[in-house]
Design a protein around this ligand. Sequence first.
Ligand SMILES: NC(=O)c1ccc[n+]([C@@H]2O[C@H](COP(=O)([O-])OP(=O)(O)OC[C@H]3O[C@@H](n4cnc5c(N)ncnc54)[C@H](OP(=O)(O)O)[C@@H]3O)[C@@H](O)[C@H]2O)c1
Length: 247
Amino acid sequence: MNKLYGLIGYPLSHSFSKKYFANKFQNEKISGCAYDLFEIDTIKKVEQVFEKKNLKGFNVTIPYKHEIMEYMDDFDHSAKKVGAVNVVKINNDGSRTGFNSDYYGFRKSLEEWMPRSFKSNALILGTGGAAKAVEAVLKDMSIPFLKISRHTTKGDQTYEILKGNPTLFDDYHLIINTTPLGMAPKIDALPDINYKRLNDQCYLYDLIYNPAETRFLGEGKKFGAKTKNGLQMLELQAEKSWDIWNS
Ligand SMILES: NC(=O)c1ccc[n+]([C@@H]2O[C@H](COP(=O)([O-])OP(=O)(O)OC[C@H]3O[C@@H](n4cnc5c(N)ncnc54)[C@H](OP(=O)(O)O)[C@@H]3O)[C@@H](O)[C@H]2O)c1
């Protein structure tokens, strides 16, 4: 094995990335590469990961997407814009560059899905880590948006205020769920918006990929909205990591 990649985080019991790269290496007959899980209970232990022989880069998951930033020498546009790193590249001179592949995954999937003529505003439901990547993409694509939170201090509006505006979806056609509501195993949950007011001009994007159709998307469909789940974003962000490490 002459190229080592992997994932740091804690805990790492359900890793999409490990399976993704094992399949990729097999299907594309890529030899000499390994993708390992580095479960570390404190970010300080990343130093041991950096010492691994033939390490070319790794993915970063919860809870280290911010803490890893102090171990980087520089950042690309995506990481600067989002303020978090989920891909680390070890350059040929040993220096370390931080990237955010959620930014690229979300952007490419949105550009492929939305019509080029789209001219409306967006609502981002939730204000966590994934929302930051969504926010950065919408800014770069010049799509105006509101951040919706349960708390008055965290977003631009609360769900309560949204529900009091019956014509809201006339001006906000793109609605992106970045909350974990509806994710397996709690598949009955859904964000608290007025689904009956949705219409066939609306686009509902759920970052969740399991289940493939959340209740958020199911309710949207009932009222004519176009829907998309988070699977393509997930695959695109993994593939982007590979491109980063091998460019
Ligand atoms: N498809 C992909 O490639 C991809 C990539 C990244 C993440 N994701 C998915 O995106 C989702 C969010 O990930 P994350 O890392 O951003 O999580 P996170 O940091 O925990 O943030 C989620 C946000 O959702 C809101 N929220 C949490 N619990 C809620 C509840 N019970 N009711 C209403 N709102 C709630 C919170 O915002 P407020 O406190 O402001 O309400 C919170 O900040 C997960 O399902 C994750 O699997 C998918």
